[in-house]
Design a protein around this ligand. Sequence first.
Ligand SMILES: Nc1ncnc2c1ncn2[C@@H]1O[C@H](COP(=O)(O)OP(=O)(O)O)[C@@H](O)[C@H]1O
Ligand SMILES: [Mg+2]
Length: 271
Amino acid sequence: MQVRLAVISNAGGSGKTTLSVHLAYELALHKYEVALFDLDPQGSLTLFCGLQPPEPEETLAAVLKDNFDGSWPLTPCWSKHTDKVVLCQGGMVLTQTADELVLHKRGAYLLGDCLTDYPLKQELIIFDCPATLGPLPLMALAACTHVIIPVQLEPKSIQGAAHLIEWYYYHCKHLRLNPSPEIMGFVPNQYNSQRGTHRQILAALPEQLKQINLRAFPEIRDSAEFVNASGQGLPIHLYRPSHPARGDFKAITSELINLIGKPANKTKKKK
Ligand SMILES: Nc1ncnc2c1ncn2[C@@H]1O[C@H](COP(=O)(O)OP(=O)(O)O)[C@@H](O)[C@H]1O
Ligand SMILES: [Mg+2]
């Protein structure tokens, strides 16, 4: 199965791009092919993947034009280390795309349409969304099979996530998504055990989520090495190979692997 995972939250700095990058690299380590999609006009994935800013015609904006012919603009990431991850870049040009989407007859469905008309071989597609719940995340919602929600353990972030859940239900119904994408869960990010609010919110979260039939994944720790790694355009696995934070994505990785099944290109054992 091809899993299309939308990383959505309506708070800036909650760790959407960090989560996208690290899940992509972990799945690559498990021999899965991954395509990252940058739906954010900020274009952070370009930086986090150590790439150069693209020309507009090499971005997702070109894919969403009516004359798109299936030539996906996909750039290899961390190519010294893996041949399994590619990125469809975003950037400022997507602000114009967002305006155009509002007027387009298939607006919210456009990315899903492109993926139906010109399927990608990758087993995991990750949509890294911007923080505002506008036309770009809506398009990700309509194109994805699963949603994952990173949250900071701050009251404001948790309240924002509650609004996000309302947005999700409203638009699944309104866009008549059938089946609706599944919310994999919340991912508490930047957890600092020294902080009382973090400890309290983390402790209360599973029960709160259970009441709305959702779950929390294990927390991702707060570490300056995430910031340093992103500045070097690397996942923490490559920047600090022995850093314990690299283990923080394990539960999500296992769940994704369960959903996808065995990697497609795994060579059969010779007799
Ligand atoms: N677990 C973490 N510990 C420390 N810094 C983090 C962590 N996750 C993300 N960051 C940093 O916080 C900032 C915002 O993260 P980012 O992934 O860009 O969020 P978003 O995409 O939601 O805006 C970045 O500088 C990133 O390096
Ligand atoms: Mg981001």
